[in-house]
Design a protein around this ligand. Structure first.
Ligand code: SAM
Length: 212
């Protein structure tokens, strides 16, 4: 279902805008994004925009999802953590690109629905936790990759502590309204930070994020 829409999404929204990581392109072609949306908005699944889910949240625009995944440089040896896993769509992509994927979602209803959608999309090696993930999850640490899928005012030290040496964290960092996409690599000698353009995510609410 929606196979030609997915193909067009990959060609026109991703490849033509410079996404070149074949593993990311394949995963985005294979994972059925519509499965992670409510029935009423499934026809919007492959559009060039963020799509509303429930509880005033969204699945991010396909291009920004692909850009973040590309920046993470994932492979099957990775244990990846996604903070703000929402519908489970990005988690399904992570579960294909990494060896293990752990998602944390603050809103109970979304966490429950995402588990069902992940089963329907046949995602394996994936766990969904329902709690405030703004300071990560020490129980499963260290992670080789951390993806923060909601806006942070700054990256909490506790998250960086949970990153392996040579690990990578990607997050939108800035205000509630606009952020910069930041990539942080944890080198043996310290952290290297690079910036990858502007973005607008919903805020990460919690101890390490914004107030409710
Ligand atoms: N990547 C997700 C997907 O594929 O559907 C969409 C992420 S949505 C842009 C951001 C998500 O972060 C929302 O579902 C929101 O409830 C969640 N969130 C906000 N604060 C959080 C926190 N402290 N811990 C975990 N999740 C949080």
């Amino acid at each position: 279902m929606f196979e030609s829409e997915r193909k067009q999404m990959v060609e026109f929204q991703l490849k033509r805008r410079g996404i070149s990581d074949e593993k990311v392109l394949n995963a985005m072609y294979e994972v059925p994004r519509h499965v992670f949306l409510p029935e009423t908005t499934r026809s919007m699944a492959y559009g060039d925009f963020a799509v509303p889910i429930t509880n005033n949240q969204t699945i991010s625009q396909p291009y920004i999802v692909a850009r973040m995944l590309e920046l993470l440089e994932l492979d099957k040896s990775d244990k990846a953590l996604e903070i703000g896993s929402g519908s489970g769509y990005v988690l399904a992509l992570l579960s294909r690109l990494a060896g293990k994927a752990i998602g944390i979602e603050r809103i109970p209803e979304l966490a429950e629905k995402s588990k069902k959608a992940l089963r329907e999309a046949k995602a394996s090696n994936v766990i969904v936790l329902q709690e405030d993930g703004s300071e990560g999850k020490i129980q499963y640490a260290p992670y080789s990759k951390i993806l923060v899928s909601a806006a942070l005012p700054e990256v909490p030290k506790k998250l960086l502590d949970q990153l392996k040496t040579n690990g990578v964290l990607v997050a939108p960092v800035g205000s509630r309204m606009e952020q910069k996409l930041v990539k942080i690599v944890k080198n043996p000698s310290g952290f290297k930070e690079t910036y990858h353009g502007g973005c607008a995510f919903v805020p990460l609410i919690g101890k390490g994020g914004f107030d409710l």
